[in-house]
Design a protein around this ligand. Structure first.
Ligand code: NAP
Length: 269
């Protein structure tokens, strides 16, 4: 499993983490899959108070050394609500400290300075190690960073996949220049790359995959994590999907194949 620096913290993060949105339908299998991922190098699990999966994550990670990322929902961005949410997440996950606490979406109706003051309080109190955001554009990142007194925004979790290329319109470069890790969510386009609607994308990924003896999904993930500041958090329910995704974290595609994918659908679907 390759590792990348988180922001400019000096700390290394596995390039493939575990997404957990919509887990819970096959609880025991999913718990086993998360444990498999952790013991095979993907010791980075992403959840959110909104997902209803924090308890499942807590059960899966019990006793293991894993980087835990969770999120506070936008309606909880007032100072006392951020603190309450964090305490509730810590309790549900069963940990004493959250490694990465993220603002799930921007919320224009609550001043970012108030929310960030709560986030910094949580860092001071030892309940949170790093502050991140999610679904923020460049302007929102600038405002959020300006509202912090003694911490950096280390990451922005945004949608990025072969089908959704919006970060390539400036945001990804801005984040690279400012040492903000891009955590790519829905990196398999929520499974859309395997559907008839996107057959040409599937065909390209399969063609490259066949050449290297890997799956189309592994090509899609290996392409994403070939970008300098990108890590990805695919969600998988099954052991087979989890295994494929974890293995992607060690795959390096030749430059020619990466370029082929880069130039495919350059303006999105
Ligand atoms: N910050 C945000 O606003 C936000 C928004 C959306 C998502 N997220 C995060 O990002 C994570 C991942 O995104 P996502 O769940 O939307 O979509 P995704 O990871 O792009 O796709 C998940 C879909 O792909 C399938 N899949 C997974 N691995 C596969 C493989 N190796 N081969 C074939 N199919 C595979 C899954 O099937 P199975 O389940 O059957 O394995 C599922 O249907 C979420 O779980 C969540 O943690 C964050």
């Amino acid at each position: 499993m390759k590792l990348k620096e988180l922001g400019r913290t000096g700390e290394k993060l596995p390039v493939i983490g575990v997404g957990t949105w919509k887990l819970g339908f096959e609880r025991q299998n999913e718990i086993e899959s998360i444990r498999y991922a952790i013991s095979n190098g993907a010791g980075f699990v992403d959840t959110a108070e909104m997902y209803g999966t924090e308890e499942l994550v807590g059960e899966a990670i019990k006793g293991s050394n894993v980087f835990v990322a969770t999120k506070v929902s936008p309606h909880n961005f007032h100072k006392e609500d951020v603190i309450k949410s964090c305490n509730a997440s810590l309790k549900r996950i069963g940990i004493k400290q959250i490694d990465l606490y993220q603002l799930h979406w921007p919320n224009k109706s609550i001043p970012i300075a108030e929310t960030m003051s709560a986030m910094e309080q949580l860092v001071k109190d030892g309940k949170v190690r790093h502050i991140g955001v999610s679904n923020f554009d460049i302007k929102e990142l600038e405002e959020a960073q300006a509202a912090l007194k003694s911490n950096d925004i280390v990451s922005n979790q945004i949608e990025y996949s072969i089908l959704v290329r919006t970060p390539e319109n400036g945001l990804s470069n801005y984040m690279k220049e400012n040492h903000i890790t891009l955590i790519a969510y829905s990196p398999l386009a929520r499974g859309a790359i395997f559907t008839k609607k996107y057959a040409p994308v599937g065909a390209l990924l399969s063609e490259i995959g066949t050449k290297h003896g890997i799956s189309a999904s592994q090509v899609a993930l290996a392409w994403l994590i070939s970008k300098p500041n990108v890590v990805a958090i695919p969600k998988a329910s099954s052991y087979l999907h989890t295994k494929q995704n974890v293995e992607s974290g060690s795959i390096e595609l030749p430059e020619g194949d990466l370029k082929k994918i880069d130039s495919f659908l350059p303006n999105g679907p």
